[in-house]
Design a binder for this molecule. Structure first.
Ligand SMILES: NC(=O)c1ccc[n+]([C@@H]2O[C@H](COP(=O)([O-])OP(=O)(O)OC[C@H]3O[C@@H](n4cnc5c(N)ncnc54)[C@H](OP(=O)(O)O)[C@@H]3O)[C@@H](O)[C@H]2O)c1
Length: 282
């Protein structure tokens, strides 16, 4: 358990990073728990990642989160990582150990699955195949989470075929690659559709996907949370599909980090959710 007499430090390394809602979220928890501490945005260029990470212990940090573009490179820097991080091939959380070594893990999969089960508890792994669009770090975390839940078929669609093939190779036969041009047809019979690309995010083009063949009982999950309703989610909701945005994943992926850094499990409360929602709506 963290000692309330000491000053606790953690942060998020990214480039850019100032848009990140993580400081707001973690500083809310410091306040709620009445702990002396601060969670800081750390703007670290890719060329400075290793020196930035190595400085954490001497600066008194308990650890840090990682966001774009550091999740894969940081895995090469840490002294150790768990099996989850190794399988996903990327880390979003580092803990500084008492001997100053760095351990990496990945909690994006946990955030994804927890929010899926929270927002649609009736979603059933046995109700049919899942379509995952994208093959980057987030897609790998989503596939890991889905396989862990017992999903028996994932249709993986990515613009760059080679990247999809690497993911398929790493995750095994449950994941089958589908050509980007066949993405509309691949929705037939699907139980869950997940967009893990950055398409639909503020400043990015929309995901061009025709939902005509998607069953109306399917859940549509978009990892994007700015905006809260992407054009994919708008189209899905308009035709009667249940939808989930990326906010729940963002909130829940942060919980295990506190457990590793401070041995505390913080709550994803309505108050916290509202705080972040208000900031996104600003
Ligand atoms: N809600 C959350 O907590 C949470 C957590 C993690 C990530 N995310 C979000 O997930 C998204 C992806 O993150 P990541 O770490 O996986 O990034 P990444 O490793 O850079 O992967 C990006 C993915 O988007 C695809 N893509 C990008 N531009 C495209 C385009 N114009 N047309 C088709 N595909 C395109 C890429 O396809 P190619 O391989 O063809 O380039 C790749 O599959 C980001 O928006 C991120 O903010 C959200």
């Amino acid at each position: 358990m963290a000692d309330s007499a000491t000053f606790l430090l953690a942060g998020v390394m990214g480039y850019p990073v100032m848009h990140s809602r993580s400081p707001m979220m973690h500083n809310f928890w410091f306040e709620k728990k009445m702990l002396n501490g601060r969670y800081l945005p750390l703007s670290i260029k890719p060329s400075n990642l290793e020196s930035g990470l190595r400085a954490l212990s001497s600066l008194g940090f308990s650890g840090c989160n990682l966001t774009i573009p550091h999740k894969e490179e940081a895995l090469k820097v840490v002294d150790d990582c768990d099996d989850v991080a190794r399988k996903i091939g990327a880390i979003n959380c580092i803990t500084v150990n008492p001997n100053n070594s760095l351990t990496g893990t990945n909690s994006d999969w946990y955030g994804f699955i927890t929010s899926l089960n929270e927002e649609h508890p009736n979603w059933n792994v046995e109700s049919g195949p899942v379509v995952v669009i994208g093959a980057g770090g987030a897609a790998r975390a989503v596939c890991y989470g889905l396989l862990n839940e017992g999903v028996s078929e994932i249709r993986l669609i990515n613009r760059t075929k080679e990247r999809a093939e690497v993911l398929v190779h790493d995750f095994g036969r449950v994941v089958t690659p589908v050509d980007w041009r066949l993405r509309h047809e691949a929705l037939s019979g699907t139980n869950l559709l997940v967009n893990t690309t950055s398409l639909g995010m503020v400043g990015q083009p929309s995901l061009d996907l025709c939902l005509d063949l998607l069953p109306t009982e399917s859940v549509v999950y978009d990892l994007v949370y700015t905006p809260l309703e992407t054009s994919l989610l708008f189209s899905a909701r308009s035709r009667g599909n249940k939808t989930i945005n990326g906010l729940g994943m963002l909130l829940h992926q942060a919980v295990p980090a506190w457990k590793s850094w401070f041995n505390i499990m913080p709550e994803v409360s309505d108050e916290l959710r509202q705080l972040i929602l208000n900031d996104i709506h600003k």
